[in-house]
Design a protein around this ligand. Structure first.
Ligand SMILES: [Zn+2]
Length: 511
């Protein structure tokens, strides 16, 4: 049975710092004297069919209307201070934020988690009832009762962001049994059903950083940040870590190495299981369309040694500079970026950059190519750094003389020592160790080519040289010169070339 509360409640407790909505309603329940929780839920939300543990609860206008005059809050204030939307909002698209707000003001926020990708992320499965012993003691001293803190309930938060102590967690099965009940950390069953979370000491430093960053993000109440700005922020930080080279290319090996060495990759915590495979980091650094869970953003910030506050400062600086947001990297361009101020700023930066780097490597090249191509062409032809000319860089005449000398030297050696191989042009070029270069740039090496052509041995000349060498060796051994043996040793078959035949006849006659 659902009714809209028409009359404000006679009283309502004040929200304590970082208190969760469930905690606040639980405290109200204690003070109200209602015998059953469903009556309290009916009083506050106008319905008892509601789980007050939800991070993004529905029926909020009813809650607003039920607040007494002295505790009145606007709906926006209530959402910022009583729900976990500020934790998700910076990483949502504006339309997703609008859908969340609509769901929270309606009678069902069930589809919200699917709409903003929380279900797909498989993060946040752990029950949210965690508390810090030290916080409980201090809360009791200051406010008279321990209460549930929003920051302790965030996924991946296993340490207190204030005290660095491991949180105690209430047994999940008991929480499930009592999901329609309203309870506080001081309840006797909660104390007996809780245990300190086991954690390896090596993980504590990074987990503490994660807890502090999560609490900060929740408290800062940032607006939705455009993905292109998030990406350029991460890329700037990544470049500082050596993950991106000076040309803007991502060093995959460096990213993978950092991800493997990161302590939280060793964590057995289910919500942090994504750290074990580094793909999600690349999705942050490249253009992507998916909504990523805030925990993935926060873990990346810790890896990059930055924080939500640095992101806030980055966004503020972007807004200040020329009152336009200029993306330092190629990305989806919102319509409002097509303003003339933005275009002029890009033009100016492009002109500055192309004096030192090639135009195509300038940050704004692609944007200008898409939106301002005529100006781009004219500017490149007018201002671009002239291409370094390769002409005259090589002293070809010096090389030519050097290679020609090498050819002559090697030819003399080959003629003197090797009768088994013909001294061909290829053999002479190969002997210099520069055969491919001589073949490719033959036109620039006239002396070398002349030397090769002059010293190359013809087939007839080689056969003659070989016969002379064999005859000389036979004489030295005192063997008689016989035609068939000379031919067989020289590997020659008839008919012989006239020049060779003439030499053979002379050798046989003993001349
Ligand atoms: Zn604490």
């Amino acid at each position: 049975m659902e009714t809209i509360t028409s009359h404000p409640l006679p009283f309502f407790p004040t929200l304590l710092p970082d208190e969760s909505l469930h905690s606040l309603i639980s405290r109200f329940h204690r003070l109200s004297g209602n015998p059953r929780e469903r009556q309290t839920l009916q009083d506050v939300f106008g319905t008892h069919a509601l789980v007050a543990t939800a991070s993004l609860p529905s029926h909020l206008p009813n809650l607003c209307a039920a607040l007494p005059v002295n505790a009145a809050q606007s709906l926006d204030e209530l959402i910022d201070q009583w729900t976990l939307l500020p934790y998700f909002r910076p990483f949502l698209r504006p339309e997703q934020t609008t859908a969340c707000l609509q769901a929270m003001t309606s009678h069902s926020a069930g589809g919200t988690k699917i709409g903003i990708g929380l279900v797909a992320s498989r993060i946040g499965g752990r029950n949210v009832f965690r508390y810090c012993d030290q916080c409980c003691i201090e809360d009791e001293m200051r406010y008279g009762s321990p209460y549930w803190h929003r920051a302790h309930s965030l996924p991946g938060v296993l340490l207190c962001h204030l005290h660095g102590r491991l949180l105690a967690e209430v047994r999940a099965d008991l929480v499930e049994l009592r999901r329609h009940n309203l309870f506080l950390p001081s309840d006797s069953w909660v104390e007996t059903a809780s245990s300190i979370l086991p954690m390896r000491e090596t993980l504590c430093d990074d987990l503490f950083e994660l807890a502090k960053a999560s609490a900060d993000l929740l408290a800062m109440q940032l607006p939705p940040t455009p993905r292109s700005v998030l990406r350029s922020f991460y890329r700037e930080q990544a470049a500082r870590q050596g993950w991106i080279d000076r040309n803007g290319r991502i060093e995959h090996a460096a990213v993978t190495h950092a991800a493997n060495c990161f302590s939280l990759a060793q964590s057995a915590e289910l919500d942090l299981a994504f750290c074990q495979i580094p793909d999600w980091i690349f999705r942050h650094l490249y253009k992507h369309r998916t909504t990523m869970h805030p925990l993935k953003h926060l873990v990346l910030m810790i890896m990059l040694q930055t924080s939500p506050r640095a992101l806030q400062a980055y966004c503020e600086n972007l807004d200040k500079s020329a009152n336009v947001r200029i993306l330092p990297y190629h990305g989806i361009t919102p319509e409002n970026e097509l303003s003339s101020a933005s275009c002029n700023a890009r033009r100016q930066r492009f002109v500055e950059q192309i004096s030192s780097i090639p135009a195509r490597r300038a940050y704004d090249y692609m944007w200008l190519y898409k939106h301002d191509r005529q100006w781009l062409r004219e500017t490149i032809s007018r201002c671009a750094k002239p291409r370094a000319t390769v002409r005259n860089k090589v002293a070809w005449h010096v090389r030519d003389r050097e290679y020609a000398e090498q050819v002559r030297h090697h030819a003399a050696l080959l003629y003197a020592s090797d009768v088994r191989t013909r001294v061909s042009a290829a053999q002479l070029a190969r002997a210099t160790g520069r055969k491919p270069l001589i073949e490719k740039f033959s036109a620039k090496l006239p002396l070398t080519i002349q030397a090769i052509q002059a010293l190359e041995e013809t087939v007839d000349a080689y056969q003659c040289r070989r016969l002379q060498a064999i005859a000389k060796a036979s004489r030295a051994k005192g063997e008689p010169l016989v035609r068939w043996r000379l031919l067989r040793t020289a590997g020659l078959t008839c008919p012989l070339a006239p020049q060779v035949e003439k030499l053979l006849a002379a050798l046989l006659q003993g001349r």
